[in-house]
Design a protein around this ligand. Structure first.
Ligand code: SF4
Length: 342
């Protein structure tokens, strides 16, 4: 039976009705769990005692527990969570001026094996349940002071969200439900390598912001950096993006990890301009974040700047994202989960 924490409101209503209670009890419970982050039955004052007894038999223990917190010099915090079903995952909280962004993991490990990513080294162990993805959010939310609130959520931690489509959509529906976490879909970003059919399903179900992890301007380079490109070549992925019903004035984000000698020349920038012609997008350049065991190199600041300037000269909105939390391996591509264990 699916974990109560992972049920959408309509499913929770079905469960509560089947137990012989009125429908509104489901909304009350949903609000306690997802809206208020209350998981102790004794604190749910408006629920009758006999329902609480029933729930006590059905509410499993909280799906994640904090193993350790590591604070980076720039204020970024990396949280390592132990999953009750086994394994370690990581989430990252990134404070910026007016934002507090939480980066969540969707899989234990990852099968995509991108050359520039430490999570890929773990291999894929299993998909996270929606309750385990939500559990990261609830655990971090509970650690914040009254003055703090997570303003943005990004699905850019360990794993490829579109390879765990059902649980990712389920999580997003609970997160954006007005009686759930009530987050606006505009404040949620799903980052993906681009799995065409799943991208279409996700976007039509729930129009969150999409970041395509592109990282190369030709198939030969992308095949090398991201093996998934052999299955879904660049053109197919970009055609899918172009077909999605993007609201007016919205753009997709294109993530491009710049790696010295791999994809950082002006020739690459030229190809990129040609490739992205006609796609409403902004480009985020991310200088590669080195991690133990990787032989790839970060390009010089000059190379990054020239790449950016070239794209800007062709009217592409282009930003360099210097990843946060690099000193504690919390930056993009540096999450390791089990790899961090002695
Ligand atoms: S970059 Fe993302 S998709 Fe690629 S291996 Fe890392 S976690 Fe997986």
């Amino acid at each position: 039976m699916r974990d109560l924490l992972a049920l959408e409101l309509a499913e929770l209503e079905e469960r509560i009705l089947a137990w012989g209670y009125p429908r509104f009890r489901a909304r009350q419970l949903f609000l306690w769990l997802h809206g208020k982050g209350v998981f102790q039955l004794e604190e749910m004052q408006n629920l009758p005692n006999d329902l609480k007894k029933r729930l006590a038999q059905n509410l499993p223990s909280f799906p994640v527990s904090l193993e350790k917190t590591i604070q980076a010099d720039d204020g970024t915090q990396k949280f390592q969570f132990r999953l009750h079903r086994g394994g370690l995952i990581e989430s990252v909280l990134i404070p910026e001026e007016k934002r507090l962004t939480l980066c969540l993991s969707t899989q234990l490990g990852c099968a995509m094996n991108c050359l520039f990513c430490r999570t890929g080294d773990m291999g894929w162990k299993r998909n996270l349940g929606a309750e385990e993805i939500l559990g990261q959010y609830y655990a971090v939310r509970a650690m914040l002071s009254n003055k703090q609130a997570v303003t943005h959520v990004v699905f850019m931690g360990m794993g490829e969200p579109l390879e765990n489509l059902e649980n990712t959509i389920r999580t997003l529906k609970i997160m954006t439900h007005p009686s759930g976490c009530a987050l606006s879909p505009r404040r949620i970003t799903v980052s993906t390598v681009g799995i065409p059919m799943n991208l279409e399903i996700l976007f039509r179900e729930i129009p969150v912001a999409i970041t395509l992890s592109l990282n190369a301007a030709d198939n030969e380079t992308r095949n090398r950096l991201m093996p998934i490109n052999r299955r879904y070549p660049i053109e197919e992925v970009l055609d899918t993006l172009k077909r999605l019903p993007l609201p007016p004035r919205k753009r997709f984000a294109i993530a491009y990890v710049l790696i010295q000698g791999e994809n950082d020349t002006l020739q690459d920038a030229r190809h990129l301009v040609r490739l992205l012609h006609g796609l409403r997008c902004k480009i985020n350049l991310i200088p590669f974040n080195p991690y133990p065991g990787s032989t790839l190199k970060r390009p010089s600041d000059e190379a990054v700047l020239s790449f950016q300037n070239f794209l800007r000269s062709k009217a592409f909105s282009t930003h360099v994202r210097f990843s946060r939390g690099q000193d504690v391996l919390a930056a993009c591509g540096q999450l390791g989960g089990d790899l961090d264990q002695p």
